[in-house]
Design a protein around this ligand. Structure first.
Ligand SMILES: NC(=O)c1ccc[n+]([C@@H]2O[C@H](COP(=O)([O-])OP(=O)(O)OC[C@H]3O[C@@H](n4cnc5c(N)ncnc54)[C@H](OP(=O)(O)O)[C@@H]3O)[C@@H](O)[C@H]2O)c1
Length: 256
């Protein structure tokens, strides 16, 4: 099975690092053949200088270019195989217009954690995608993280939670660390403490059947420090503020 990448940027590179742990053969065509050849050599894959030549050789295509340039690239090409697109905001219907409405088309939404092969990736396909092809696509997405079957109508919500989510989590880590600095820790000390606490808290949540609320109750002793902090956070609207942020990200995704 030969997988052909069109576009060899940050996300394609991360995905290819995952695919290197599988038996798939990988070929790629970027914008600039010289740069593609250099990048391909580093990744241990085969560079192809022409997009159409890549399409003739590949069993499956992965489009790794920005949504803005996708239409101008696909307009010049004739696809004959299943295509996976990771382009934010490009629907399956739009892909069918750009590529071929008779071909199996799959839309995925990976996130930045693909860099450490821990992406949260949403997947959905059009009605030409059979179960075997979907399994194959998931073998690809599972090679760089975990795959979530998401109805296309929920892709914008997924994008806000998993695509933008890491930025919100980093902001929370940064903010907790600043609180540590305010009270005398160095920034590095505070970041170290908060990062480990964040990691272990998520591991604890996943390892147990407890809900976040169960765990909050376990930490909040009567009249103690945690409940005092929680009430102050809510007085300042943490829950409504986070949900409003997600609303804004979803609204923005719908307008892309
Ligand atoms: N980055 C993320 O966290 C993320 C998350 C989810 C989805 N995505 C999606 O992933 C896709 C790629 O994003 P990215 O972050 O990897 O962007 P990127 O690093 O800018 O990669 C895009 C690549 O496309 C290449 N390209 C431009 N014009 C081309 C052409 N005519 N033919 C072939 N290749 C061409 C660029 O080459 P040059 O550099 O030589 O111009 C670049 O290597 C986008 O559709 C984005 O929506 C990204």
């Amino acid at each position: 099975m030969k997988i052909g990448f069109i576009g060899l940027g940050k996300m394609s590179t991360a995905i290819i690092r995952g695919l290197k742990n599988t038996s798939f053969e990988i070929i790629a065509a970027g914008r600039d053949p010289q740069k593609t050849a250099q990048d391909a050599e580093q990744l241990g894959i085969t560079a192809i200088s022409e997009h159409q030549a890549l399409i003739e050789q590949a069993d499956l295509i992965i489009l790794g270019v920005k949504p803005q340039v996708l239409p101008s690239i696909t307009a010049k090409l004739h696809f004959r195989q299943p295509v996976i697109s990771m382009a934010a905001g490009i629907s399956l219907n739009r892909l069918a217009e750009l590529i071929d409405d008779k071909l199996p088309l799959i839309r995925i939404m990976p996130n930045i954690n693909a860099q450490i092969l821990e992406s949260s990736t949403a997947i959905c396909g059009n009605d030409k995608v059979d179960a075997g092809l979907m399994d194959l696509a998931k073998e690809i997405t599972n090679s760089f993280g975990r795959t979530f079957d998401i109805a296309e109508k929920d892709f914008d919500t997924f994008t806000a939670l998993a695509g933008s989510g890491p930025a919100y989590i980093y902001l929370f880590i940064e903010t907790l660390s600043l609180a540590g600095v305010k009270h005398g820790l160095t920034k590095n000390q505070a970041l170290d403490i908060v990062s480990h606490t964040m990691l272990a808290s998520v591991q604890n949540l996943i390892a147990n059947n407890d809900s976040p609320h169960d765990l909050i109750d376990k930490i909040s002793s009567p009249g103690g420090t945690t409940i005092a902090g929680l009430l102050e956070l809510e007085k300042n609207g943490l829950t409504t503020s986070v949900i409003a942020g997600i609303d804004a990200a979803i609204d923005r995704a719908k307008k892309l």
